[in-house]
Design a protein around this ligand. Structure first.
Ligand SMILES: Cc1cc2nc3c(=O)[nH]c(=O)nc-3n(C[C@H](O)[C@H](O)[C@H](O)COP(=O)(O)O)c2cc1C
Length: 240
């Protein structure tokens, strides 16, 4: 159990920033559906092994594991409020120096049509006319489009890299926030997303912003596939 005395002790050791965020995150967790307001799991620093029969699952774990990419959507329109809330959530991504390097371009019908045509033209030029036609029809049928970009820093490669990383975190926040409201998503970085033409249609300058991808969203027509993952023991390496 975290006590105020413990927080005071942490503060005394120069970790004063620990206090507010932990209490604030408690408030957030306890307001999530499925988590009882006084859940002892939430108010405990996890310094001990899980007891037999005890679960560590909570709404965050559940959301992370149940979000799966899906590109098949029904014709239902996701409300503007849901999208706005998801972008609001995206802003809470970790971000070195709080540069807030992300932009979310919310596309309307004209831009969607233009980008669908540009993508088809790329495929045509690549000698794939049948694929071009099929993709054109599919892309233009998707109603929910967000193009996400990260700020560039041509004179500071490290900052540019960190800003790109932070924007990827923001996209994951966005996907999870949409998922939490029953909205499916697909993050795509097909070749067309990196072109001058798309930048022009959307309205950004490739010298100032780099595309991180298109996020398609909609009411899922079917669940996305749950794909294999490596075992934790294959990727978690203790270093003495
Ligand atoms: C940076 C990035 C780019 C992606 N680009 C594409 C893409 O161009 N086409 C596609 O079908 N999926 C794309 N995806 C989605 C991945 O294929 C998908 O996340 C992966 O198959 C794992 O499935 P999951 O999201 O259900 O866990 C992209 C994902 C990320 C993170």
């Amino acid at each position: 159990m975290i006590t105020r005395a413990l927080f005071r002790q942490l503060n005394a050791h120069g970790t004063q920033t620990a206090t507010a965020p932990i209490f604030r995150s408690r408030a957030v967790f306890t307001s999530l559906p499925g988590i009882p307001a006084k859940n002892p799991r939430i108010s405990r620093i996890a310094t001990r092994a899980t007891k037999e029969g005890e679960t560590h699952e909570n709404a965050v774990f559940e959301a992370l594991k149940s979000r799966r990419t899906t590109g098949d959507f029904t014709d239902d329109i996701v409300s503007d409020e849901v999208v706005t809330r998801a972008v609001e959530a995206a802003r809470w991504a970790p971000n070195h120096k709080l540069t807030e390097p992300w932009k979310f371009y919310w596309l309307g019908g004209e831009a969607i049509e233009e980008i669908s045509k540009l993508n088809a033209a790329l495929l045509e030029a690549d000698g794939k006319p049948a694929k071009a036609k099929a993709k054109y029809e599919r892309w233009r049928s998707i109603k929910g489009w967000l193009v996400v970009t990260a700020r560039r820093s041509l004179d500071n490669p490290l900052m540019e890299q960190e800003d790109y990383a932070a924007t990827c975190c923001a996209v994951q926040n966005l996907l999870l926030a949409l998922h939490s409201e029953g909205v499916g998503t697909k993050w795509t970085t097909g070749a067309v997303t990196r072109t001058e033409e798309v930048a022009k249609v959307v309205g950004y300058d490739l010298n100032e912003e780099t595309p991180v991808g298109i996020v398609w969203y909609g009411v899922p027509a079917r669940e996305g596939k749950s794909l294999r993952r490596k075992q934790v023991t294959d990727i978690l390496i203790r270093v003495p």
